[in-house]
Design a protein around this ligand. Structure first.
Ligand SMILES: Cc1cc2nc3c(=O)[nH]c(=O)nc-3n(C[C@H](O)[C@H](O)[C@H](O)COP(=O)(O)OP(=O)(O)OC[C@H]3O[C@@H](n4cnc5c(N)ncnc54)[C@H](O)[C@@H]3O)c2cc1C
Length: 531
């Protein structure tokens, strides 16, 4: 049972001390907020220090002139993980943060080679696939059932810390190899089900959620598209940023302290042991420091290079990083009722676009673009008679080949042309009444993201599990990590899961009960669809 000051009205004490342990969390992103909820529920004295005036990090909102946009995430997937966290702190996710399941969940356009309206309804999805590739439609159910098995078998790895090679062995990796086929890419794995490259694309583009190409992304991540079909693609009212705002509201109600608009300048150490942090306002002392800020950037800026061993500046520079994104947030006169909530337009020459992003590090002339037309579902995102378009083009992370000061306006034209012509909004430019652009340069310098790699360290096999920066950070004492830079990885569900893994480790180290953090899958309220 967790000890909570809220529920019990008494201040819990740890085994060796008379005062509650103090934890500082650097960053109010999804990982930091989830950790704050759990650690506060366990009775710790929790303070979140955030450099921005608002919570949410990459999962925050842009609000202007009555328009509201998600800055980053727009696909809320696999709510099961956050539902469990809410249940553990005595709340109900869906009561606190209303959300709707989308059907159709998105439309995928394959250059000028047709399109697929993707639905979580298996019969309708089979029929939609059959129109493009009759032989592939029959394999949808096999894809779903084999990935259901894959998720069940891999879930323990996503829910446990990987602190050494020993953890890998105890997880029985060897037995799982035939199922996981880690030597294959997602695309190679999907060839076992779908021979038509368009159908494969519809089930593999999700590797972009990790900032990777399906041709490089390990086959394990075929579970990403499976999760969409099994548990749905959700739209929280007000966008994914509303989830961050809801979590912060609850954290405040529980007694978590927030210092906003106050960047941490350095983590304070006694030898290798973190003892607090320093901001421009003051020094805060703590028994543990949880880093939610972008991992590589935080290491470079907040921790002296000489006290890091495995993650020195030189080693960080040699790691592989995800792609970045070029963003346009457009407030429009009028609505776009012909557009679905999510549309993914994949470049005519998809392979060339991927090579531009990951190998050549140049901008494409025919880029893939993703467009969210949230107002078709959620009128709260724009004033009456107006609407929002969120436009994302995956691009190279910061690289000397692209000087954004010179390229941004030119690339804006390319992206607007794609949206106008491919998504059929001929009068788009004339209707723009609000606009904000975010480039990889802005992600790096405005949002403190290393190389502007919006999805963190890449998820290649050599940067996963015990080879990813560990939840109880291996280089330093009393430092913990949460968020996309640590295990299990980037993307909201696993980021929330990282908070549970990290909280468990931290509480165990303080000698506190962690049994309340465990919960069997069967208590989940979101039912997988029947197949
Ligand atoms: C464009 C885009 C689209 C995405 N789409 C999806 C999607 O559809 N679905 C999905 O599941 N995931 C998506 N993601 C990935 C991921 O879910 C989000 O990026 C998520 O917000 C990352 O959470 P995090 O906890 O790692 O930290 P972040 O969101 O990065 O938050 C870190 C926080 O730390 C703060 N901080 C940094 N430095 C300091 C400092 N020195 N002092 C104090 N505070 C500091 C930052 O201001 C920030 O608030 C997307 C990401 C991007 C960028």
């Amino acid at each position: 049972m967790a000890i909570s000051t809220i529920e019990t009205g008494r201040t819990p004490r740890t085994r060796n001390s008379n005062r509650p342990k103090r934890v500082l969390i650097i960053g109010a992103g999804p990982g930091g907020l989830a950790a704050a909820l759990l650690l506060r529920h366990a009775g710790l004295d929790v303070r979140v220090i955030e450099r921005m005036p608002h919570v949410g990090g990459r999962t925050s909102s842009i609000q202007a002139d009555g328009f509201r946009f998600d800055l980053g995430p727009t696909f809320f997937l696999y709510p099961t993980v956050l539902e469990r966290i809410f249940r553990r702190i005595g709340r109900n996710l869906h009561q606190e943060i209303p959300m709707v399941k989308l059907d159709p969940q998105y439309r995928v356009m394959f250059g000028d080679r047709g399109e697929l309206l993707c639905t979580p309804n298996v019969e309708r999805m089979e029929a939609a696939i059959a129109k493009l590739a009759p032989n592939d439609a029959v394999n949808l159910r096999r894809f779903l059932s084999e990935n259901r098995e894959k998720l069940t078998r891999f879930r323990p790895a996503l829910e446990t810390p990987f602190q050494s090679w020993r953890s890998l062995l105890s997880w029985d990796l060897i037995k799982m190899l035939p199922l996981l086929r880690p030597w294959n890419s997602v695309d190679q794995d999907l060839r076992r089900y779908f021979s038509d490259d368009r159908i494969r694309l519809a089930f593999t583009f999700q590797s972009k959620y990790l900032g990777m190409s399906p041709f490089n992304c390990p086959s394990l991540f075929s579970i990403l598209s499976f999760l969409e079909y099994e548990f749905g693609v959700w739209h929280p009212t007000g966008g994914c940023s509303a989830v961050s705002e809801g979590m912060a509201r609850i954290a405040r109600e529980m007694g978590v302290e927030f210092q906003m608009d106050e960047p941490v300048r350095e983590i304070l150490f006694d030898g290798q042991k973190a003892v607090g942090v320093k901001t421009d306002v003051c020094e805060y002392r703590a028994d543990a420091v949880v880093v939610n800020a972008d991992f590589a950037q935080a290491m470079k800026k907040l921790v002296p290079n000489q006290i890091r061993r495995r993650w020195t500046d030189v080693k960080l520079a040699k790691k592989k990083y995800s792609c970045s994104t070029f963003m346009l947030y457009l407030g429009l006169e009028g609505t776009n009722d012909h557009l679905h909530h999510h549309t993914i337009y994949t470049a005519q020459d998809y392979l060339c676009n991927l090579a531009d992003i990951e190998q050549r590090h140049v901008l494409s002339s025919d880029p893939s673009v993703y467009v969210q037309n949230a107002c078709v579902t959620d009128k709260s995102m724009a004033p009456a008679g107006k609407s929002t378009l969120y436009v994302l083009a995956p691009v190279t992370h910061q690289h000397p080949n692209v000087n954004w000061a010179e390229e941004a306006m030119k690339f804006r034209e390319v992206v607007l042309n794609q949206v106008e012509s491919k998504l059929n909004i001929p009068d788009l430019r004339n209707r723009i009444v609000f606009e904000k652009m975010v480039t990889p340069h802005d992600w790096e310098h405005g949002h403190e993201i290393y190389r502007g790699a919006t999805f963190n360290l890449a998820h290649n096999l050599t940067q996963m599990l015990n080879m990813r920066p560990q939840n109880q950070f291996e280089d330093l004492e009393s430092v913990y990590l949460v968020g996309g830079g640590t295990h299990p990885g980037s993307g909201l569900p696993v980021i929330y899961e990282s908070a549970r893994i990290t909280s468990r480790l931290l509480l165990q180290n303080f000698g506190l009960d962690t049994s309340w953090l465990e919960e069997s899958e069967s208590t989940s309220t979101v039912q997988p669809m029947a197949t």
